[in-house]
Design a protein around this ligand. Structure first.
Ligand code: HEM
Length: 161
């Protein structure tokens, strides 16, 4: 992997905000997964064609295991990224995992702009999930963790070209 990251300052408070909201989100994965994908398609309807479980259906399918798996991966890996940012000042994804993520997203035609769409959908989903516990600081912590994780995936995608 390329070593190009300057150590990031990610505070204990930021890590706690991410972990605390992820604990709440875990209680309602089916609804939140559905909401996450519904929001992605609201912002970017064309993204529908990329996902095997969406492209042949008029509505976002309920209780689809692949849909749930992608949503949970994004939530969980972002939370793990926050933990690593706090501990190490950088996001470290296992080499084989990262290589797989790079090649899957490249093959599906995911572009940089899609990562922004998913980020926005993630933040809106978290905001709804946590209700009164939401704060700008909480959103900012998730956004920062997500940006670092997305950067790692995008860098891998570029290496594959
Ligand atoms: C597949 C994670 C962002 C579209 C996957 C897989 C993982 C994953 C773990 C399964 C890989 C496998 O099959 O081995 C993530 C994470 C993201 C992210 C952690 C952000 C930090 C995105 C974005 C898009 C996207 C921005 C496009 C809007 C897809 C598609 C698949 C996929 C189309 C194949 C799913 C299918 O059709 O079954 N992603 N992803 N992902 N991802 Fe992502």
């Amino acid at each position: 992997a390329l070593v190009h990251n300057v150590a990031v300052v990610f505070t204990e408070k930021q890590e706690a905000l991410v972990k605390e909201s992820w604990e709440l989100m875990k209680l309602n994965i089916p609804d939140l997964s559905l909401q996450f994908f519904t929001t992605i398609l609201e912002i970017a309807p064309a993204a529908k064609g990329m996902f095997s479980f969406l492209k042949d259906s008029d509505v976002v399918p309920q209780n689809n295991p692949k849909l749930k798996a992608h949503a949970v991966k994004v939530f969980k890996m972002t939370c793990e990224a926050a933990i690593q940012l706090r501990a190490k000042g950088e996001v470290v994804v296992a080499e084989t995992t990262l290589r797989n993520l790079g090649s899957v997203h490249l093959k599906k035609g995911v572009a940089d702009a899609h990562f922004e769409v998913v980020k926005e959908a993630l933040l809106r989903t978290i905001k709804d999930a946590v209700g009164k516990k939401w704060s700008e600081e909480m959103g900012g912590a998730w956004a920062e963790a997500y940006d670092h994780l997305a950067a790692a995936i995008k860098a891998e995608m570029k290496e594959e070209v």
